[in-house]
Design a protein around this ligand. Structure first.
Ligand code: UGA
Length: 439
């Protein structure tokens, strides 16, 4: 099957590569010529473990190509995937400018009846609108299928072949059957729905996962005062199959390009239909507070942060990605700098992205020893393996004051105590001073 994928961002690229891997002939289109030139050489514009090997393999097999020529590619195929970004507007709603521009290009390029498959996360009702928008500009018959994406960054190559379901939403039976056939090679259960249901499944799924995270973080905050260890609480709750153990890891909140954007967008969708979605607003508010939790605790230790050297262990919004969008690290750094602290960061792959935001206001360390050197406190922001595996002696030998605030629950409290490290981790009690206090 000849398939065109428009947009080689995170979703488009993984989709295109995966469709070629299961045997389809796929042409991925992007307007960015540099990106396309790199992709032709199997250089991925995103950091995603395993993706480059798959790109190379499928280019060599002759099933995968990259181009800037949308018109030629679309003219050659009756199935066009749309995977362009829907960034957030100032008011929290989704910006549909890119998707409309791509839809207009499709309308002007098709030369046969065409199925447009929308991968982008779009507000309920958008697919129906897009269908009319394209149909009004072409004599050929347009079918539209909503096929929301559930991949996680960093493990996308795994997720794309092991998803729990593939959701296909459409009002057009023939189009649904064709998409079902295209997706058969994934051997993942296919769930067919109405167009609007598919759109809502995407927002509701992300919002529900965000709710789980904010919920467990609130419980963690209560544990700190009331007693109880959040790790045990999460584990015990997760054993109930009705609850499930996934997304119950307490910490410093969710970040990334999806949960923050999609919770706001869903709130906006609700407002637009006159519904007050107070629950999701609380989830969003709790997350904002949680992202600054470590700084709050730090301030209970050092009443004045002016001139204090603070090390950030990790800045990516989660491990295995260089993505820092909506990461807790960014608001933490902003607040530390506002308080007059000196900030040094270490991240295996995301440091350059953070440097681009803060420039010379922060120091980028190349190693863990360097970031810890002479630090007055270290904040664990991202649970990279390199960070989880830090030898505790590194903290005591490198830091001016071995104060470790763990936002991702990666260290063991009693081991930290034994090593003479003042330690706090979210949801396991207050900061325990195991060294003299320096104010
Ligand atoms: C999320 C969803 O998990 C995907 O299913 C979805 O396809 C994707 O958004 C999207 O809409 O494109 P992603 O943003 O890549 O995926 O990252 P997650 O692994 O879900 O993590 C999101 C954030 O939640 C991270 O900051 C992570 O640290 C945090 N998190 C996650 C927790 O704080 N606790 C948890 O238990 C799990």
């Amino acid at each position: 099957m000849n398939i065109v994928v428009i947009g080689t961002g995170y979703v488009g690229l993984v989709t295109g590569v995966a469709l070629s891997e299961i045997g389809h002939d796929v042409c991925c289109i992007d307007i960015d010529a540099d990106k396309v030139a790199k992709l032709k050489k199997a250089i991925s514009p995103i950091y995603e473990p395993g993706i480059e090997a798959l790109i190379e393999k499928n280019i060599e097999a002759g099933r995968l190509s990259f181009s800037t020529d949308l018109k030629a590619a679309v003219a050659d195929s009756s199935v066009v995937y749309l995977a362009v970004g829907t960034p957030q507007k100032q008011d929290g709603s989704a910006n549909l400018d890119y998707i409309e521009a791509a839809a207009a290009n499709i309308a002007q390029s098709i030369v046969q009846d065409t199925i447009v498959v929308v991968k982008s996360t779009v507000p309920v009702g958008t697919n129906r609108y897009l269908k009319e928008f394209i149909q009004n500009q072409t004599p050929y018959r347009i079918s539209i299928v909503s096929n929301p994406e559930f991949l996680r960054e960093g493990v996308a190559v795994h997720d794309v072949f092991h998803g729990d379901r593939i959701v296909l939403g459409a009002d057009d039976t023939a189009a649904l059957e064709k998409l079902e056939m295209i997706n058969q090679g994934f051997q993942i259960p296919i769930f067919k729905t109405a167009l609007e249901s598919a759109e809502m499944i995407k927002y509701a799924s992300n919002a529900f996962l965000a709710t789980k995270i904010s919920f467990i973080n609130e419980i963690a905050n209560i544990c700190e005062k009331a007693g109880g260890d959040i790790r045990e609480v999460s584990a015990g709750m997760g054993m109930d199959s009705r609850i499930g153990s996934a997304f119950l890891q307490a910490g410093i909140g969710y970040g990334g390009s999806c949960f923050p954007k999609d919770t706001l967008a869903l709130n906006h969708i609700a407002k637009n239909v006159g519904y007050d979605f107070g629950l999701i607003q609380s989830v969003i508010d709790a997350n904002k507070v949680q992202q600054l939790k470590l700084v709050k605790v730090l301030k209970t230790h050092y009443s004045n942060l002016v001139g204090k050297q603070i090390a950030l262990l990790g800045v990516a919004f989660k491990p295995e990605t260089d993505d820092i969008r909506e990461a807790a690290s960014e608001v933490i750094i902003e607040e530390l700098l506002r308080c007059g602290a000196k900030v040094s960061i270490f991240d295996p792959v995301a440091s350059a992205n953070m440097k681009a935001v803060f420039g010379n206001a922060i120091h980028v360390a190349d190693t863990i020893s360097e970031v810890l050197y002479q630090a007055d406190a270290a904040l664990v922001v991202t649970e990279w393996n390199e960070i989880k595996n830090i030898q505790l002696a590194e903290f005591t030998s490198q830091m001016s004051h071995p104060v470790v605030l763990d936002g991702r629950l990666v260290f063991d409290k009693s081991e930290m105590k034994q090593a003479g490290i003042s330690y706090y981790s979210v949801g396991t009690g207050e900061l325990e001073i195991n060294e003299p206090v320096y104010i």
